[in-house]
Each structure stands twice: as structure tokens, then as C-alpha cells.
Design a protein around this ligand. Structure first.
Ligand code: GLA
Length: 729
């Protein structure tokens, strides 16, 4: 619910459990007055105190009032170059070269439904499910107008935000930064949690108190990156899974981003998040507008677990555009770790046959099927079928796979080109690199200039016959290097600062075309595993290959970190062979199954190499997943321990929203002799219900399971697993 008090210029956004408020004061400065647990309302600017602070200057219209300084006030969207020395949300270079943006309130309105953003991912909602608040600010000298959009998804406790800048002046303006979100906290004492890592070890949480000055994370790699995720948390310093005030902020963007936090001299905290200003400069001609990507906020008064579950629900219901619309996703087998580049039709059909017999439903042909792609040094860009490997093209293979009762999927990497390819030989100027420079290579490949429509059109036309292949139901969309030497032959020098962003818009454009023309295709995102795991990609690809690391023990950490924002159904997770290709570790098939099942489940190995007993296990796993798909994919996710603590076990649970059904998963750590007894306290159950355990005779009361816990058996061997399926009677 949005309460618009036009007289006092107080604008209050209520979700079911939270309240957010801003107020334009008498000088038309838009102040941020509150974000936290839901409260009645009223004018919360009473929370703001004024004092004469040394070296915090006063705007002209404050006259003699030295207690009024933008440097001290909590602001809704900070300008730049004026009297606020904290992080700016917007930076611009005006026609006269000055860099002052002084934003003042000019109006506000409420609209039914949730706004959409052209060409950019955004949460969506029905007319009845959401409202939009639009607040208008303007710089009186340059006539730069900033529209702040707030989409209130009341039932999900999520507030989406976007920013549109319009040049109402007569001269061009160069935008150096347009943040998607600025959030001020007057009274701080907060921790910042970021999700960091590297290729094959993504999204490991890092938590530290917000210290004086600026700290933050970002990416200038052209993709949101393996190294830092465009999702951050600010929380009270004693906040844990189940208590404490927490704020999560996600950016729905797949390119360069920056999330910065500043603790001010008076211990206020400001979060600013958006496109990374480095390499960014957007020329805004008179009359033109620029839209910053969407950001989304969730506040949870009751800990990090509740914050995550709120994000999960909102993402599942209002961001993912899943062609299966809630229907069960097929269990898949991916050819990569089973065959790499060394396959022909016969080998693929054999892999598929083995998998089909064990209940696997979708066969995904990974890299290596096109052009001269016999290794990872050549072929990208040549999206025609390599008939030496697949005689007669894709169709005969697909028919044989379909005859096994399986669906068929395929891998592509549309944004890339190898120099050793027909495409590159014909269009060397389509790769990103300024004339006269040698390009930096990554995985022996270059990046196509997706800011150019003709490049995208060509790739789309080349892919179209593949996407049109009868029987194709799934596509894995990969992206295997970072962007360097970013420069487009199609743009003038003064617009080169737009290329990174135009590249991302180009990727979204192509994905949108695929969706428009092939709405039945389930597209899984990938970027060397989880290098582009963000809300922007999730809008286009409802699941993303979580990491190239398929080791179950490392996956405990990766999936744990990923779950702070993103729901399990978005995390591609496969059982692969042992010893694991990335770590050399051997973990039981049971454990590999339990871990992979807590994501978008599949296999990535030659199942024909398993012995009879293991094959029976795979059959049991696929059958169990199919039976409990909804609980695992749509249930509430509870993190029951932190795998980074290297404790005796890692545990988590999927619980139905009514608490009547739960799947509890436990993976033990390294065993030690004569280990102490342990009980695992569960969460989210119905305290009054009696639960049947694993379909057997055992019964446990919900209150006991939550208050005292379930006693864990002693483990023999490292990384063993246990599954408790609980049903209330
Ligand atoms: C990336 C992906 C892998 C696989 C290979 C193929 O590394 O993350 O899953 O598809 O590319 O080259």
C-alpha cells in the first residue's frame, strides 16, 4: 500500500511487514525518513535531528540556518558536486563542464500495478498485486529530471526501484553515474555482507562491520562476475539466521556494477548500488532519457533466513519467466563432463540411453557440436552443425534421443568468437577491440560487439535453425570470458563510454528475441558456471549453472552462499563422477545426489560407468526428486548450519509454506573418532503437528523437533549424508 500525503509531501510504502518512507522537506530536498518493520505511518521526519556541524556546508536557501546541511541529512537519492560529500547516486558533466547535480522535489504520483522497464529486466506483477510510486526530482539549472520509481510488491515484502533520467534542458549532458539505489541509515552499527569468490568457487559470504569511509564490491569485467555478486546485505551486528534486522539489496543487472557502503562521520550508513561508474559515460541529448537497471530491497526484522525466503518467494513468483510455469522441470543429463569435445552421435546416444533407463528425462548436448569445435581454441561463432561428429545434422540425433523418451537440449555461446572461425575471418571488426590494438584473449576467444544490432542479428539468424530444431526444449546459454579492450567500431569517440552497457542491453535483447520466437524453450544461463548469476539473467534464464565446480562438498558452500538471495530452483546442480574433476575428491553418490537435488537437478557423467547398485541409487534419486519436486523447488528454504564453519555437519531444509511437509538434508563434515552426540534443531515446522519420518513408523512432534532437535546418527566416513522426509499427520 502506498500512502501519498501530498500536503506534507510524505510518501509511505507499506508492504505486508515493512514500511519505507520519504519526505520532501520545505526546501524540496527528498529525505529518507524510515525503512524497517511495518509501522503505522505518520511523518517520520521527526527522527531527523539538526545541528550545526563544522565543515558541513549549508545550501544557499538555508540562509543563516547552519543546522541545515545536505552533508548530514539522510537522502533518498543523493546528488553530486554540492554540499553532500558522501557517496553520490548521480554524477553528471553539464554542457558548461560543471558537475553539480542538485536534485529537488517537483512531484509524486501513484500508479496501479508495477512499472516495467523497456529493454531491462524487472520484477513483474499483476495490476492487483503491486503499486508504483513515481517521485520526480529536478536540477533547476541543467533541467535534468530524475524519476525515482518504486514498485511495491506488498505480499512479498519487496520494494523494487528504478531510476530514469531525462534531459529536459537544451544542451547535452554526460552522465558519469546513475545509481539504481541509494539508501541512507541515520543510526548505524551495521555489518556489510558481500558474496565473493572466484571461478569455480562463487558467492562465498564475507561479513564485516561497516567501518568509517567507503567499502564495497563491484565488477568491471563486463559480466556481474564470479568475484563479487550484485547482491549485498546490511544487517545489525548481532543479526543471525533467525534474529536481527537485515536489509538485502539486489541489482538486476548482468554487467559492470558497483555496490558501495559509506559510514559517515556521524556513523550514518549510505548504500549506493548500480552500474559501475568506471568506463561509464552516457551522453544524454536534449529530450533523451536514460534508465538505470532495477534494484530490489527486502527488509527482514527477523534475521537473514527470513530475508532470503522473502527474496526467494518474490523471485519465483515475480521475476522468473519459466516456460514450464511451475510444472516439474525434467531431470537432465549434460554431456560435458562425460564427453567434453570427444563425441559422435553413437557416443551421445549411448550416454542418453544409459540415462533414460535410470529415469533421466532431458539430454543436453554441451559444447563441441558445431563448426570446427574439436577443442576450446576454435569454432565459436560458427553455429552450423559439425557433420563429422553428427552426420546428417542435429535432427537425426534428436530423433534418436526422442525415441528413448527423452527431451533434447543444446549448448550455445552466442556472445563469443574464436579467431579460428569462419565468422571471425569474415568479420574481424565484429570483435571488441580498438583499432591498432592487440586483443587480450580469454579461453582463446574474443568477445563479439553485441552493442551492434547487425552483429546480434547475424548471430540470431545463425542460431535460428538450431533453435528451430524440432524436439529442442532446452538451451544452455554460456559466456566464457571477461570483456577487455571494450570499444565499438560503430560508435563515435564520445560514446565509447556506453559500450559496456549497450553490450548488456544487446545480450538482453537477443535473449528476449529467443523468448519471443521460441517461448517453449527453457534457457539455462551459464558463465563459466556462476560468473553471471544475477537477477538480470534470471529474468531471461530461470535457472543458471551455479558453478563449474561440481564437487559436492564445495557445492555445499557455493549453494549456501547463493541461497542468501536466489532460490534453489534457480541453481543448476549436477551429480558428476568421482574423483571429482575440479577437486579430486571422492564423495558418495548419496551425498552428491542430496546436494544436487537442492538445485535444478541433473547429472553430468557417463552413467554407464556405474555399477548395478549405483544405478539403482540413481533410479531412486530421480524418482525421489520427481515425487518431491514441488517441495524442493517451491518450498521455503531454511539454512540450518553454515558450511564455512567446517563444523560436524552442513544441514538445510525445504519446508512447505504451511509447514506440513519438510525435507531435511544433512551432510556430515570430516569425521573424528568418538565424536560427541548432536541434535539438529529444525525450523519452519508446525509445532502442534506430529511428523512421520521417512514414511516409516517413527513419529516426532513438531515442537520437539524445533525446540530440542532430531538426534543425528554417528557418522562413519567423511561427507556422508542423511535425508529426513517429514510429513505431518
Ligand atoms: C563452461 C561451462 C561448462 C561447459 C563448458 C563448455 O565452462 O561452465 O559447463 O559448458 O563451458 O565449453
Amino acid at each position: 500500500m502506498i500512502v501519498l500525503d501530498q500536503e506534507n509531501k510524505v510518501f509511505t510504502l507499506h508492504t505486508q511487514n515493512t514500511t519505507y518512507q520519504m519526505k520532501a522537506d520545505s526546501r524540496r530536498v527528498l529525505l529518507h525518513t524510515y525503512y524497517g518493520p511495518r509501522i503505522g505511518g505518520g511523518d517520520l521526519s521527526r527522527l531527523i535531528r539538526y545541528a550545526d556541524r563544522g565543515f558541513s556546508p549549508n545550501p544557499a536557501e538555508a540562509g543563516d540556518d547552519r543546522t541545515y546541511s545536505l552533508d548530514v541529512l539522510p537522502q533518498e537519492y543523493s546528488g553530486g558536486g554540492g554540499g553532500d560529500f558522501r557517496l553520490s547516486a548521480i554524477q553528471a558533466e553539464l554542457a558548461d563542464g560543471s558537475q553539480v547535480v542538485d536534485l529537488r522535489f517537483t512531484g509524486a504520483e501513484v500508479r496501479r500495478g508495477k512499472y516495467a522497464l523497456e529493454g531491462l529486466p524487472a520484477f513483474f506483477a499483476g495490476e492487483e498485486e503491486a503499486e508504483t510510486l513515481a517521485v520526480f526530482l529536478e536540477d533547476a539549472v541543467s533541467h535534468l529530471r530524475v524519476e525515482l520509481l518504486y514498485g511495491v510488491l506488498e505480499g512479498c515484502d519487496l520494494i523494487a526501484r528504478a531510476v530514469r533520467v531525462v534531459n529536459l534542458g537544451a544542451e547535452p549532458v554526460r552522465l558519469r553515474q546513475v545509481a539504481s539505489l541509494c539508501l541512507d541509515f541515520q543510526y548505524a552499527g551495521l555489518d556489510l555482507v558481500t558474496f565473493d569468490g572466484r571461478h569455480a568457487m562463487e558467492r562465498c559470504p564475507t561479513r564485516a562491520p561497516v567501518r568509517p569511509g567507503v567499502q564495497g564490491v563491484g565488477s568491471v569485467r563486463g559480466a556481474s562476475s564470479h568475484q563479487h555478486n550484485p547482491f549485498v546485505v546490511l544487517c545489525e551486528q548481532d543479526a543471525g539466521e533467525d534474529h536481527g534486522l537485515c536489509y538485502g539489496a539486489m541489482l538486476l543487472y548482468s554487467g559492470n556494477f558497483k555496490a558501495e557502503v559509506e559510514r559517515s562521520q556521524f556513523d550514518g550508513v549510505r548504500l549506493v548500488m548500480g552500474i559501475h561508474p568506471q568506463h561509464f559515460c552516457w551522453t544524454l541529448e536534449p529530450g533523451a532519457s536514460f534508465t538505470a537497471p532495477e534494484a530490489a530491497l527486502v527488509c527482514s526484522p527477523d534475521g537473514l533466513g527470513q530475508m532470503s525466503r522473502r527474496f526467494h518467494r518474490a523471485i519465483r513468483a515475480h521475476l522468473l519467466r519459466d516456460p514450464l510455469e511451475g510444472r516439474r522441470k525434467p531431470v537432465l543429463i549434460n554431456s560435458w563432463e562425460a564427453a567434453y569435445f570427444g563425441f559422435d552421435s553413437e557416443k551421445l546416444v549411448r550416454l542418453a540411453k544409459e540415462a533414460a533407463a535410470l529415469g533421466v528425462e532431458l539430454f543436453v548436448l554441451d559444447d563441441g557440436w558445431f563448426g570446427e569445435r574439436n577443442d576450446d581454441r576454435r569454432g565459436l561463432g560458427d553455429w552450423w552443425v559439425n557433420e563429422e561428429k553428427l552426420p546428417g545434422g542435429l535432427e537425426p540425433l534428436v530423433e534418436r534421443i526422442r525415441a528413448l523418451g527423452m527431451e533434447f537440449g543444446i549448448w550455445v555461446e552466442p556472445e563469443m568468437v574464436n579467431e579460428d572461425s569462419r565468422l571471425y575471418r569474415e568479420h574481424p571488426d565484429w570483435a571488441l577491440v580498438p583499432a591498432g590494438r592487440m586483443p587480450t584473449r580469454g579461453r582463446s576467444q574474443l568477445v563479439l560487439d553485441f552493442s551492434r544490432a547487425e552483429v546480434r542479428d547475424h548471430i540470431y539468424e545463425a542460431l535460428r535453425p538450431v533453435l528451430s530444431c524440432p524436439g529442442l526444449s532446452y538451451v544452455k546459454w554460456d559466456m566464457n570470458r571477461s570483456l577487455t579492450e571494450v570499444w565499438s567500431a560503430a560508435l563515435p569517440p564520445e560514446r565509447q563510454g556506453e559500450v559496456y552497457h549497450r553490450f548488456v542491453l544487446g545480450v538482453y535483447d537477443l535473449l528476449e528475441r529467443v523468448r519471443r520466437d521460441f517461448p517453449h524453450l527453457l534457457v539455462e544461463g551459464c558463465c563459466g558456471g556462476g560468473g553471471r548469476f544475477d537477477g538480470g539473467m534470471l529474468y531471461h534464464t530461470p535457472q543458471i549453472w551455479c558453478s563449474d565446480n561440481t564437487d559436492a562438498v564445495d557445492r555445499l558452500r557455493i549453494q549456501y552462499g547463493t541461497s542468501f538471495c536466489y532460490p534453489p530452483c534457480t541453481m543448476g546442480a549436477h551429480v558428476s563422477k568421482v574423483p571429482n574433476e575440479q577437486t579430486g575428491r571422492t564423495v558418495s553418490l548419496d551425498t552428491r545426489g542430496i546436494v544436487a537435488m537442492s538445485g535444478a537437478f541433473g547429472y553430468e557423467m557417463d552413467l554407464g560407468e556405474l555399477d548395478g547398485e549405483e544405478k539403482e541409487q540413481v533410479k531412486e534419486q530421480t524418482a525421489f526428486y520427481m515425487e518431491h519436486f514441488e517441495l524442493i523447488q517451491q518450498g521455503d528454504h531454511y539454512r540450518l548450519s553454515d558450511p564455512f564453519q567446517d563444523g560436524p555437519y552442513t544441514a538445510w531444509a525445504h519446508v512447505s509454506p504451511d509447514g506440513r511437509e519438510a525435507l531435511v538434508c544433512v551432510v556430515t563434515g570430516c569425521v573424528h573418532a568418538a565424536a560427541p552426540f548432536r541434535a539438529l534443531r529444525l525450523k519452519g515446522l508446525d509445532p502442534r503437528a506430529s511428523y512421520r519420518v521417512n514414511g516409516g513408523e517413527e513419529r516426532w512432534p513438531g515442537d520437539v523437533l524445533m525446540a530440542a532437535g532430531y538426534p543425528l546418527p554417528m557418522s562413519m566416513g567423511d561427507y556422508r549424508s542423511m535425508r529426513l522426509y517429514l510429513e505431518a499427520e
